[in-house]
Design a protein around this ligand. Structure first.
Ligand code: PEP
Length: 250
């Protein structure tokens, strides 16, 4: 049965302008329906739109997040950077960290760990992305990769109440390819096993991300252990995003 407490994250990546914000109102209208009472929507637009988003959707059921942050928690001479404190002051409550597009640009597990700690200091929540590349999958080292990303990324973190994990196989992001049901089930189990090994709470939510659309959303959302979806490309279009939400509630 579909989980009625699903979380849907819209990752706009480096897209969107001011005029796009009002188009998201249709998503808000949908979730006003009793049927969707328990779901959570988190929009993560680029930094430049966070304040406008939070003004527009102030006091509504729509949550706002950022897509990354600088690792230093204090203000300072760090030209061009935006930290959790600044993001919080703009009205966001969530920050995506460890996205493969940033890991790919050189972001290490250590840096992600520092960022996670800086976000927790501000009492914001984290959508912590993990996932294997196609080479790692072919080498059959997915378990080791996920274990390294979780153990190093969450090193020193005792309380995982503000952490949501997003399992995003790198080869699935933006490719139109999603893992088979069997593979996804196995990898979610692997993540749960790793969380248990490191004594993290069993209640940590695990989202799936990678080429989610209205055709595959229903099947993915029914997989045991999946508590939500992180949607990139399809979230830029409110109609497509709404279709995904509706499909998961059938
Ligand atoms: C993402 O940005 O994390 C993502 C899952 O993108 P897409 O849905 O476009 O594959």
């Amino acid at each position: 049965m579909t989980n009625i407490n699903m979380i849907f994250v819209a990752n706009w990546k480096m897209h969107g302008n001011f005029n796009d914000i009002s188009k998201v109102k249709t998503v808000l209208n949908l979730i006003k329906n009793k049927k969707y009472k328990k779901i959570k929507i988190i929009y993560c637009p680029p930094f430049t739109l966070i304040k406008s988003f939070s003004n527009y959707f102030n006091n509504t059921k729509l949550n706002i997040g950022a897509q990354n942050c600088y690792y230093k928690s204090d203000y300072g001479p760090y030209t061009g950077n935006v930290n959790a404190k600044l993001i919080k002051s703009a009205g966001a409550k969530y920050i995506i960290l460890g996205h493969s597009e940033n890991r790919n640009e050189g972001e290490t597990d250590l840096l992600i760990n520092q960022k996670i700690k800086s976000v927790l200091k501000e009492k914001l929540s984290i959508i912590f992305c993990i996932g294997e590349t196609i080479d790692e999958k072919k080498k059959k080292i997915t378990f080791q990769v996920l274990k390294r990303q979780i153990s190093k990324g969450l090193k020193g973190i005792k309380n995982t109440n503000k952490i949501i994990i997003a399992y995003e196989p790198v080869w699935s992001i933006g490719s139109g390819i999603v893992p088979s049901r069997n593979e996804l089930e196995k990898n979610i189990k692997k993540i749960k096993k790793i969380l248990k090994q490191f004594k993290f709470k069993n209640s940590v939510k695990i989202l799936y991300g990678g080429s989610v659309n209205s055709k595959n959303a229903n099947e993915i959302s029914k997989i045991d252990g999946i508590g939500g979806l992180l949607v990139g490309g399809a979230s830029l279009n409110s109609k497509k995003f709404i279709d995904i939400i509706k499909k998961t509630s059938n």
